[in-house]
Design a protein around this ligand. Structure first.
Ligand code: UD1
Length: 437
């Protein structure tokens, strides 16, 4: 089992390049199922979730080439590498098997495009997961409203439809992948679709822009009402994945935890307004210039209260990392999780490092301690793993984090990026921090 070993107490200094966004790459890969031909995708991050999704697309009949050097992606593609080509000319299968879906809930994103293009789909139902029940009822209800006939059999959802027809669909709460799935289902439908109380996340907006570039007719992106006029067919396009705002936020918080100064490159500061504002409130100095962001910590962290909310609110995907800062800030802070009901798995592990946290319902009440101390801890999910890395950077002594396979689902070489910026962090094996003073 993979382990990360972190020795705390080394301030960060250097430049880190942020990768393409996982949560933008996955729906964009799903969207390639909607047209026949070859797509070229740039800045696709090298993450386990992306590998799982490309395996799924191959299972459906897509031909995928990675890296540069292929005819479609000559090397180097002017600063836009890495490049991935996805040829969806021939789809030979409409089934997303359990073995792949169980690895990653976002596999459900193939459901909408498959029904839209092939008129049928058989997709394994994602089970529960570490951070809560996470149902997919909105996805299914929306497809039914668009005329698909659904059956749940042997753990799979089986969907069949002629051409889907437009519908008015209301989300009880804004769902990111729900909005993406139904937007993809509706672009080829007959007539108009309205998605109400839709998600406004940047990843939803860029998916919509890509679909429009492919020939779709979508309005209202970035608002809570998205209107789609169905078209007959779509064409493949070249597309670049936006920077990962969650990875960028994690590195900003790493400076909060370890101290020092980092320059982050390939950032869209506009996607991080709530995060930047909260981090300034707790004492970080942050300046932006185009797609670069400079973050610096001087002095002690101040405690702040946080409530996770759909975009443009504070993202749930940065809640655990923020908690790793608050456990060492001066004073009392309250972190309230409103999106997922069980997203406090990191709390017990942070306590093993000496944090003082009490859970009351959906809130964590945190009293900052003077110093965390290294210990053996267990990563339970993707963002919880990142919070333990940040806590380890701050802790006195050595922290051993097991279960870091979760990290590879959503962070590209996080330990290499942090080590190059002065952190003492290594995967498995002995610690070699010879390069550090
Ligand atoms: C996406 C992100 C994930 C992020 C989350 C919230 C991807 C691949 N994943 O997950 O990183 O943490 O948004 O920002 O983009 N819900 C239902 N029924 C449904 C769908 C959702 O009740 O059919 C509820 C969920 O339980 C949750 C809320 O809606 O309480 C929002 O979840 P949702 O936005 O759908 O999360 P994901 O799209 O799975």
């Amino acid at each position: 089992m993979d382990q990360l070993v972190v020795r705390g107490g080394y301030p960060l200094k250097g430049v880190i390049r942020v990768s393409g966004a996982k949560n933008a790459a996955l729906p964009i890969l799903a969207a390639t199922l909607l047209a026949e031909g070859t797509f070229r995708l740039f800045k696709v991050p090298g993450l386990d979730d992306v590998f799982t999704f490309t395996s799924l697309l191959r299972e459906l009949g897509a031909v995928i080439e990675t890296g540069s050097g292929s005819e479609a992606c000559p090397d180097p593609v002017s600063g836009k590498s890495p490049c991935l080509t996805v040829d969806t000319s021939k789809l030979s299968n409409h089934q997303a098997p359990y073995e792949l879906v169980r690895k990653m809930r976002a596999s459900i994103l193939v459901l909408g495009p498959l029904v839209a293009r092939m008129g049928r789909a058989r997709v394994s139902l994602p089970g529960g997961c570490a951070i809560g029940a996470r149902p997919v009822d909105f996805h299914l209800m929306g497809l039914e409203q668009m005329g698909a006939k659904l059956k749940l059999r042997e753990g799979y959802v089986e969907a069949a439809a002629g051409r889907l027809r437009g519908a008015k669909i209301y989300f009880d709460v804004p769902s990111v992948t729900g909005t993406e799935n139904l937007m993809m289902a509706s672009v080829l439908a007959k007539g108009s679709t309205v998605l109400e109380n839709a998600a406004r996340e940047p990843e939803v907006v860029v998916l919509g822009r890509m679909l429009n570039e492919m020939g779709a007719r979508i309005r209202g992106l970035g608002s809570d009402t998205i209107r789609i006029e169905g078209v007959q067919d779509l064409k493949p396009v070249d597309w670049e994945i936006i920077p990962d705002r969650i990875e960028a936020g994690t590195f900003m918080m790493a400076v909060g935890a370890a101290g020092g100064e980092l320059q982050l490159e390939n950032v869209n500061p506009g996607h991080l307004e709530a995060v930047i504002s909260k981090l300034r409130e707790c004492g970080l100095h942050i300046s932006t210039a185009g797609t670069a962001l400079l973050v610096r910590r001087k002095g002690k962290l101040r405690s702040v209260d946080i409530k996770t909310l759909p975009y443009p609110g504070f993202p749930t995907d940065l809640q655990a990392q923020m908690m790793a800062l608050m456990v060492q800030a001066g004073g009392l802070s309250v972190i309230t999780e409103t999106i997922f009901e069980n997203r406090f798995m990191h709390v017990d592990e942070l306590k093993r490092l000496g944090a003082d946290i009490k859970i009351e319902g959906r809130s964590a009440i945190i009293r900052g301690v003077r110093r965390l101390t290294g210990a053996q801890v267990q990563a339970t999910d993707l963002r919880a793993s990142a919070s333990l890395v940040l806590a380890g950077l701050a802790a006195y002594g050595t922290t051993h984090i097991s279960g870091v396979g979760h990290l590879d689902r959503g962070y590209e070489k996080i330990e290499e990026k942090l080590a190059a910026a002065g952190a003492c962090i290594e995967r498995l094996g002995g610690l070699s921090c010879d390069h550090l003073p």
